[in-house]
Design a protein around this ligand. Structure first.
Ligand SMILES: Cc1cc2nc3c(=O)[nH]c(=O)nc-3n(C[C@H](O)[C@H](O)[C@H](O)COP(=O)(O)OP(=O)(O)OC[C@H]3O[C@@H](n4cnc5c(N)ncnc54)[C@H](O)[C@@H]3O)c2cc1C
Length: 288
């Protein structure tokens, strides 16, 4: 079932995000993770594509493989700035021929390890242009990203929201949020988005904290704020893996419980290719 149909048919739609591994061992581990998460009946899973489109082939192949071999709805992430339009066209052709009908249309960020990276002359600068291009083909459902705490490059919240509205109006079917740790930021954002006339489902993206350094780095990159209570707890567990894991599960469970109580259409888990935290949070929320 195409993802927009899922949002009409069930609530909440639970989804899991994975990245293409670098090694064979990583692939084996990822497929074990997916097998472990499959009994939770996710609405869909999604596969990231590295900055600048660096994992193009792996992302396309893995998304098709999950669709065909595991029978799950799988969505490919497609960051556009590293590609020329005809390359995007051929990626979409490959996905469509492989039975993948859902795409997360993204701008992407320049690869950190490639200072010479430039956007091709005829390339897309922003995700709204990619959305328009994909929508013109009429073959795919289109998801896109949103930032409850404002995209770090946006001059202000109002401009960021106007840009988001333009992107949604170009043909977005649903939005998935950047990670956030303070639900108040998400609720406030959804209210502003609705007031601006954005009506598509807005799905919160939840990242269970795996390591203290990791969450601080991700939060720093994305402008994610830490509630005072969480900041203190992170100081307390820093260096203790078990305590960090337990805090990550507890915090994400608390976030999800409140989000679900307030009627979100789904939860998108940034799994980092691991299943235990997502499974434990799922069990806390839904039993089983
Ligand atoms: C759920 C999710 C999954 C992701 N997966 C990946 C992935 O697989 N690979 C990857 O590389 N990255 C991924 N990202 C990261 C994403 O690419 C970055 O957050 C990126 O910085 C912004 O992408 P975007 O699609 O939101 O960009 P855009 O919507 O283009 O916005 C980027 C910035 O430009 C501004 N802007 C937008 N349109 C215009 C316009 N027309 N004119 C002027 N300014 C404009 C916005 O206000 C914002 O500041 C993901 C993010 C999320 C939330």
């Amino acid at each position: 079932m195409a993802i927009p149909e899922l949002f009409k048919a069930r609530k909440p739609v639970i989804s899991f995000e994975f990245f293409p591994p670098k090694t064979d061992a990583g692939y084996r581990a990822l497929f074990e993770t997916i097998e472990e998460l499959k009994p939770l009946s996710p609405g869909y899973v999604s596969i990231t594509m590295g900055a600048g489109g660096s994992t193009r082939e792996k992302t396309v192949d893995l998304t098709i493989e999950i669709t065909k071999k595991l029978g799950l709805t799988a969505m490919a992430h497609l960051p556009c700035t590293g590609f020329r339009p005809h390359e995007i066209g051929s990626i979409l052709d490959q996905l469509y021929a492989g039975g993948v009908h859902d795409v997360l249309a993204l701008r992407g960020d320049p690869p950190k390890d490639d200072p010479s990276f430039t956007i091709p002359n005829d390339g897309f600068q922003y995700a709204n242009q990619l959305v328009e291009y994909i929508a013109d083909r009429g073959q795919f459902s289109i998801g896109a990203a949103c930032c409850p705490e404002v995209h770090p490059q946006a001059p202000d919240a109002a401009t960021d929201l106007a840009n988001l509205k333009r992107k949604v109006d170009a043909g977005v079917d649903f939005l998935i949020s950047q990670l956030f740790l303070d639900n108040a930021k998400f609720f406030d954002f959804v209210e502003r988005a609705r007031a601006a006339g954005i009506t598509v489902p807005i799905v919160p993206g939840i990242m269970p904290i795996a390591t203290v350094s990791g969450i601080r780095r991700m939060a720093g990159m994305n402008g994610t704020s830490f509630p005072a209570e969480l900041a203190q707890e992170l100081d307390r567990v820093d260096g203790d893996d078990e305590a960090t894991y337990a805090l990550g599960v507890r915090w994400a469970t608390m976030q999800c419980r409140e989000l679900l109580d307030r009627g979100v259409p789904g939860i998108h888990f940034y799994t980092l290719n691991r299943s235990p935290a997502s499974r434990e949070i799922h069990r806390n929320l839904f039993g089983g």
